[in-house]
Design a protein around this ligand. Structure first.
Ligand code: FMN
Length: 195
């Protein structure tokens, strides 16, 4: 892996900066740091990331016509050695902020399947690691089932072959995750595994 790709792209998508998914992603970032693996963090709920307009501009140009903060994220999606998306469950699926970001990856889809280019070398795609972090209030782990196809699509389209989920049910108030035995430690351990 190229030296300048040795970092984790940390996408915090919850509007709660100190919420449960953010605390887990903080631990992942901290663990990565312990292993001398860098991080670029973005609080996407505070950024100007608009939904896809389905204008198909990216079909011709391979670029998104919307000049918003997604333009800052795009280069990292192809460059980072690891990508983590932290997204809580809202109304039985990932929050709208996370979904908007994924929909804007239509640009990546277009580059690959319309323009038939690969922004990521196959060898690098196989090496990259992905993490999906989620929490939900109801105490039912099957709540996360419906997120799987969307996250599988996300990691596929940004060319991250290996990804795993770290999800905890029954955590509702911001900070509840701190009382879940092993949760934060597991996130930290996953971060350290990047080194
Ligand atoms: C708008 C909204 C919708 C929610 N919908 C659900 C839901 O459908 N199922 C569920 O189990 N929890 C739901 N929750 C609870 C959150 O998933 C839970 O509080 C989670 O810990 C939030 O993570 P965060 O602190 O990282 O934002 C909802 C919370 C909000 C604010």
């Amino acid at each position: 892996m190229k030296e300048d790709s040795r970092y984790l792209l940390a996408l915090y998508t919850s509007p709660r900066r100190k919420g449960n998914t953010a605390l887990l992603l903080d631990a992942l970032v901290a663990g990565a740091g312990e292993a001398a693996y860098g991080a670029e963090s973005f609080y996407t709920a505070e950024m100007d990331i608009r939904p896809c307009r389905a204008c198909n501009h990216c079909f011709k140009e391979g670029a998104c016509i919307q000049q918003d903060d997604m333009q800052i994220i795009y280069p990292h999606l192809s460059k980072a050695g690891a990508v983590a998306m932290a997204a809580p469950i809202f109304s039985m699926n990932i929050c709208a902020q996370a979904k908007a970001l994924i929909d804007r990856c239509q640009r990546q889809w277009s580059i690959r399947y319309v323009l038939e280019k690969s922004p990521v070398e196959p060898g690098f795609a196989a090496e990259r690691k992905g993490f999906f972090i989620s929490c939900c209030g109801r105490d039912k782990p099957d709540t996360f089932t419906c997120t799987r196809p969307t996250l599988a699509y996300f990691f596929h389209i940004i060319q991250v072959k290996n990804w795993e989920t770290l999800a905890f049910a029954g955590v509702d108030e911001a900070g509840d995750i701190l009382a879940v035995e092993g949760a934060v430690g597991r996130a930290r351990e996953l971060g350290r595994s990047l080194g």
